[in-house]
Design a protein around this ligand. Structure first.
Ligand SMILES: [Ca+2]
Ligand SMILES: [Ca+2]
Ligand SMILES: [Ca+2]
Length: 197
């Protein structure tokens, strides 16, 4: 009996990390899918006749975009999920970080085909290597360790400036997921929808 229990214990001990690893991967896949939906919703918001711009971030946590975001600080907040009509939270139970280049969210001076994005997506915390220097908007899921101390690279995603870090998952080091909207994709959708030029 003791031997059987010992064997069962060994088997379970070996299986648990595998199962927990699969659950982690599933959560990441679901969050990635959610973020793709959010990106589509942002593009749809922009091409709608009522808006012709991206939404401002939500800065007071009520799920709706602030009416204006004309200062540098107002460009970064959380996702206005109510305005977008998407789920409130990612699979980790958190609202996504959302940042937008203010010119792309200006409801008075709407953006044109020559508007430049100012959000930088870097592969290192010091931004010595960049994936892009001119994203129109950025969304970030902070992953499973939201409430814990973030790594240096992760801290870059919530320090309120226009630099973000995106790179591969690092065990106990980096589990954020970052998606951005290129101005070129946005221009393409706007022109296709007849909202620009
Ligand atoms: Ca709000
Ligand atoms: Ca994280
Ligand atoms: Ca930053």
């Amino acid at each position: 009996m003791a031997i059987v229990l010992a064997i069962v214990g060994l088997l379970l001990g070996g299986l648990l990390p595998v199962i927990s690893g699969q659950m982690d991967q599933q959560r990441r896949n679901e969050t990635r899918k959610y973020m793709d939906e959010v990106r589509d919703a942002l593009l749809g918001y922009a091409i709608s006749t009522a808006n012709k711009r991206l939404p401002c971030p939500d800065s007071n946590g009520d799920g709706t975009a602030e009416a204006a975001c004309t200062t540098a600080a107002q460009q970064i907040g959380t996702l206005p999920y109510k305005d977008l009509g998407v789920a409130e939270k990612d699979t980790y139970g958190n609202v996504l970080v959302y940042a937008v280049t203010k010119e792309f969210a200006d409801s008075t001076t709407h953006f044109t085909l020559s508007t430049a994005g100012t959000m930088r997506i870097c592969t290192t915390g010091a931004c010595t290597a960049n994936l892009t220097n001119n994203a129109a908007a950025v969304i970030v899921s902070r992953g499973a360790n939201w409430a814990n101390t973030p790594s240096t690279d992760e801290a870059e995603n919530t320090d309120g400036d226009t630099d973000f870090v995106s790179h591969d998952f690092v065990q106990n080091g980096y589990d954020d997921m970052v998606i951005w909207i290129s101005p070129n994709i946005l221009f393409n959708r706007m022109v296709t929808a007849g909202q620009l030029p």
